[in-house]
Design a protein around this ligand. Structure first.
Ligand code: HC0
Ligand code: SF4
Length: 584
């Protein structure tokens, strides 16, 4: 342990802690800009400078280790004036059109300028040139707003191990961009949007489809339905000032109805459907190998995270055959809406428009894939992020916090607790295990065994096994078998697993690109405090635990769609509408 003083307070911290971390332990606030929890601090922007007794220069708190006997002051005149000048210099180059910027009122630079008392621009410099990149359906980049903090670079390289963007040129001419100023669509960007999630200003964000959605809502010829992803309800409230981790499913439905959607549905319903198909697919692969002594591509990997699919296509094409053939719940919903539902309500599928609200930017890309058009039309027409939905709510003058809860529409009004947890790392795995166990043994997992060990905590690589005991006759060959599963989040961890582990002993592996799963997808309300991740995870767990039905195969509306339309998992209609293949 190390003892030091910060602002005359005695503090003890572990060896290796930085001054910033030490200050946090006693609630002393030091402003930061380039710093991000979990990533190696760079001390680049120097907004977090503090004064250390005996040191000639101010030091950055984020990258300076606390030392025994150190005496730190975070709030002297010299510190305040230095921070102010650093931000003034950033502003001197920055495109200052705040009122029309998407980040207006949600911009870390704007907040710092306000907090540091900057009321006039003392320095006028040459503005950073603006180059707009809209080459992908997911990401929008404007170099003119970039302050070169490099958070995006760190995340793209450190968390996702993609390295699609990096500093180009030098000095004032530095831009953060793909090498040789290529467009993002020409490099191996997986469109995860984690760069957009950490950008403190308006330089990287999602491609915005709000106007397209208003246009179809205003078109009397169109029947417009919306689906909402499992993760958005754990975070949407934050955009309206509610406490992080406040679940807002009922208010979200009410807001979507007020916005004018003709049908408001839940991607959670098709998350249940995915489990029926993906669980059955896993059991079929296991049967081929364990009962028939044949060949099947194991482990089976989940296929619902579109950034992970992009990553596999770019870097591990040999694994594509191991991906589940299931479309993601988003795409299953679109396919079912434009066939089963359109037929049920007598709407021509060409007049039906399917909008998704997703926590994710890569879902925008996924919806435009040519493979995903099995209804004869694009399964999904437009994808909005959670942030875009919040903006539409604000544009309509709806007061979100005053809305009365409403329910999802029929014929997909309910989903199981298993579908809720899709939002969390480990959730798809746990949901699949719940259903597979029920199919094989005829019994539900006991409530106290429903959460598999540590499968939903924030470790990047987790493993669990489940022993099959007393299976029903059809599955007797699995008696005593151990089902070995692994859960990975953040794509850098995929590389680590493939390098360091023998994956042949696992049967099923879940991969999600974003840290913590979709709850911190690239389209969610932005945050810098890591505790928010945990609060969102907990909100989702509370939804699951409050549900009477916590197993996808027990959802009566899932049973109904099989009885009326799909007939059976992996059947002919399912095969046509709900499955796809990704080729090398
Ligand atoms: Fe996810 Fe999904 S769980 S990828 O994280 O499977 O985006 O929330 O919608 O499709 O359901 C995201 C979240 C989804 C899909 C679901 C899956
Ligand atoms: Fe990197 Fe993801 Fe951003 Fe693409 S979307 S540049 S892969 S962080």
């Amino acid at each position: 342990m190390i003892s030091l003083k910060i602002n005359d307070k005695d503090i003890q911290v572990q060896d290796g802690a930085t001054i910033l971390e030490a200050a946090k332990t006693c609630d002393i606030y030091i402003p930061t800009l380039c710093y991000l929890e979990n990533l190696k601090p760079r001390g680049l922007c120097r907004v977090c400078v503090v004064e250390v007794e005996g040191a000639k220069n101010l030091v950055p708190a984020c990258s300076t280790p606390a030392a025994e006997g150190m005496n730190v002051k975070t709030n002297t005149r010299r510190v305040r004036e230095s921070r102010k000048m650093i931000v003034e210099l950033l502003l001197s180059e920055h495109n200052g059109e705040c009122t029309t910027c998407e980040r207006n009122n949600d911009c870390e630079l704007q907040k710092l300028a306000r907090d540091l008392g900057i009321e006039e621009l003392r320095y006028e410099g040459e503005k950073t040139p603006s180059h707009i990149d809209e080459s992908t359906p997911a990401i929008y980049r404007d170099t003119g707003k970039c302050i070169k903090c490099r958070r995006c670079v760190e995340v793209c390289q450190g968390v996702e191990s993609v390295g699609a963007i990096s500093p180009q040129s030098r000095g004032f001419d530095t831009t953060i961009a793909p090498a040789f100023d290529h467009a993002l669509s020409d490099v191996t960007c997986v469109q995860c949007g984690q760069c957009a999630a950490v950008c403190p200003v308006g330089a990287i964000t999602e491609r915005n489809y709000i106007q397209e959605v208003w246009d179809v809502l205003d078109d009397p010829e169109k029947y417009v339905v919306v689906q909402t992803a499992p993760a958005i309800r754990s975070a949407l409230g934050e955009a309206f000032g509610l406490e992080p981790g406040t679940p807002v499913t009922g208010k979200m439905v009410a807001a979507l109805k007020e916005l004018g959607f003709d049908g408001v549905f839940d991607t959670n319903f098709t998350a249940d459907l995915t489990i029926m198909e993906e669980g059955s697919e896993l059991l079929s692969r296991l049967t081929k190998v364990l009962r028939d002594g044949g060949q099947a591509d194991l482990p089976q990997f989940t296929s619902c995270c579109p950034a992970w699919i992009n990553f596999a296509e770019h870097y591990y094409p040999e694994l594509l055959k191991n991906l589940s053939t299931c479309k993601s719940p988003q795409q299953m919903f679109g396919a079912v809406a434009k066939t089963y539902y359109a037929e049920k309500i007598g709407v021509a599928p060409e007049n039906m428009v399917v909008i998704s609200v997703m926590p994710c930017t890569a879902k925008k890309f996924e919806s435009q894939r040519e493979e995903l058009t099995d209804s004869g039309y694009a399964d999904v027409d437009y994808v909005l992020t959670t942030r875009e939905l919040a903006r539409m709510v604000n544009q309509s003058g709806i007061v979100f916090s005053l809305l009365e809860d409403q329910k999802m529409d029929s014929p997909f009004p309910e989903s199981s607790g298993a579908a809720d947890i899709f939002a969390n790392t480990g959730g798809v795995m746990e949901a699949a295990v719940r259903t597979a166990y029920k199919i094989v043994t005829g019994r539900n997992l006991p409530t106290d065994k429903m959460h598999l060990k540590n499968i939903m905590d924030l470790e990047g690589i987790k493993e669990a096994s489940l022993k099959i005991e007393d299976p029903v006759k059809e599955w007797s060959f699995l008696d005593g078998a151990e089902l070995n599963v692994m859960v990975i989040h953040s794509l850098a961890n995929v590389r680590k697993v493939l390098k360091e582990k023998d994956i042949s002993k696992y049967h099923f592996i879940e991969v999600m690109a974003c840290p913590g799963g979709c709850i911190s997808g690239g389209g969610q309300p932005r945050f810098t405090d890591n505790n928010i991740r945990q609060k969102r995870i907990q909100a989702i767990l509370t939804e699951d635990e409050g549900k009477e039905i916590r197993n996808s195969c027990e959802n009566p509306f899932i049973q109904q769609i099989y009885a009326e339309y799909l007939k059976q998992p992996l059947g002919e209609r399912s095969h046509h509408l709900l499955h796809t293949e990704y080729f090398e």
